[in-house]
Design a protein around this ligand. Structure first.
Ligand code: V47
Length: 370
């Protein structure tokens, strides 16, 4: 491998990693440009195994998108409908939303992940009652709800500060924030693909506030559209800088762009090779974020298995009823059982660990007896 690293011009990057020196923008860009993908993957796998060995985490969760009415006009989105009443628009009543959890009554789900459109007319109490209702049904359930984009929207719509919004949601049962809405932080990219929602600095600031209030969160990156390698690495470095200050991010989640049924459908989907490389570079640049999550709904199951050798140590969850990716053309199944996820982790030569949202172990069948 030493010869291959040298031939790819990556010997000094490998030396930095060996010496515990952080990678910077230029190193990250070179990792994206080095022809030998396998050498990049080898380095990432070494970091992954240093941290987690062969352990691979997943979560028994459900996904809920309570409304797809959305005032934002992100070009990549196939899910949003602009107005209530537009073809295909929906907004669940609270009872309908709660029924999604009630229907799973006997399953050992530990997390509900909620992401919504930016609905202009719902009362603030809708969101508070949504959370309170979930906790009434299952007091022990972890509520990972509302992206920073939604938090910014609530603050503006209901005339509150970001901190007030977060505190009121926490009082109603919010336990953590998902990582959506980050896309690519670079202003050039946001101006083109999502000009009318919260910008990169505000997204990061909301997560900073959330971490200060004691919430954990994730950070995503939507890749494979118009962003450059330098903009990808810059995105990672901005997440890393916030993490240096707060330590509140649990996982970095690259999200593969899906080009169907949206206004960027002329673009091709990212290749498998690009997907492998993005996860690998993330593992190498993000030395302070513990987990790299391969979101199997977006990458496809086969690539997700391969990613477990390219830096990723987490497969998200069982994720029933996901809509954002399936409306954008994802051919993946809607859901997997915990046995199916464990089976595919084992088939990839790794060790399945069911975790809760905060990475406490729920079940680890292959753990060595203590
Ligand atoms: O922010 C929307 C992305 C995100 C498309 O925190 C698209 O554990 C690809 O954030 N092609 C929402 N991506 C999903 C999300 C997420 C997923 C898994 C785990 C977690 C977590 C968070 O979906 C949006 C946007 O970046 N998205 N449309 C599309 N056509």
């Amino acid at each position: 491998m030493h010869t291959r690293l040298a031939a790819s011009g990556l010997r000094d990057v490998a030396d930095k990693l060996d010496a515990g020196i952080r990678l910077e923008l230029d190193d990250g860009v070179r990792l994206f440009e080095a022809p030998d993908l396998h050498a990049v993957g080898w380095l990432a796998n070494r970091e992954r195994e240093r941290r987690h060995g062969g352990r691979t985490f997943f979560n028994h969760n459900i996904r809920l998108e309570a409304t797809n009415v959305c005032v934002a006009s992100c070009l990549f989105c196939a899910f949003a409908r602009l107005q209530p009443g537009d073809d295909g628009s929906y907004t669940m009543t609270l009872e309908q939303a709660w029924d999604k959890l009630r229907a799973r009554g006997r399953e050992a789900i530990t997390e509900v992940h909620v992401v919504n459109g930016l609905h202009p007319d719902l009362p603030w109490d809708y969101y508070l009652d949504l959370l309170r209702g979930f906790k009434r049904i299952r007091p022990d359930i972890h509520l990972k709800c509302f992206t920073a984009v939604e938090i910014a929207f609530f603050a503006e719509l209901y005339g509150k500060t970001d901190e007030q919004v977060l505190r009121e949601l926490m009082d109603a049962g919010l336990d953590s924030l998902p990582g959506g809405g980050a896309e690519v932080f670079a202003a050039r990219v946001r101006r083109k693909i999502c000009h009318d929602k919260c910008d990169g600095p505000r997204w990061l600031d909301i997560h900073r506030t959330a971490h200060r209030l004691g919430l954990r969160s994730n950070v995503t990156m939507l890749y494979g559209h118009i962003e450059t390698p330098a903009e990808r690495v810059d995105h990672m470095l901005q997440a890393r800088a916030l993490q240096d200050d707060t330590g509140g991010f649990q996982a970095f989640i690259p999200l593969a762009f899906h080009p169907d049924n949206n206004r960027m459908q002329k673009l091709p989907a990212p290749t498998a090779a690009d997907t492998l490389r993005v996860h690998a570079v993330a593992r190498l640049v993000l030395d302070n974020i513990p987990h790299i999550k391969a979101f199997w709904i977006a990458t496809g199951v086969d690539i997700a298995q391969t990613l477990l050798w390219y830096g990723a140590d987490d497969l998200d969850g069982t994720v029933q009823e996901e809509r954002i990716y399936h409306m954008a053309g994802a051919p993946t199944p809607e859901a997997m059982t915990t046995d199916e996820i464990s089976g595919l982790i084992r088939a990839a030569g790794r060790l399945p660990v069911e975790r809760d949202t905060l990475y406490n172990v729920v079940s680890e069948p292959d753990a060595a007896p203590s």
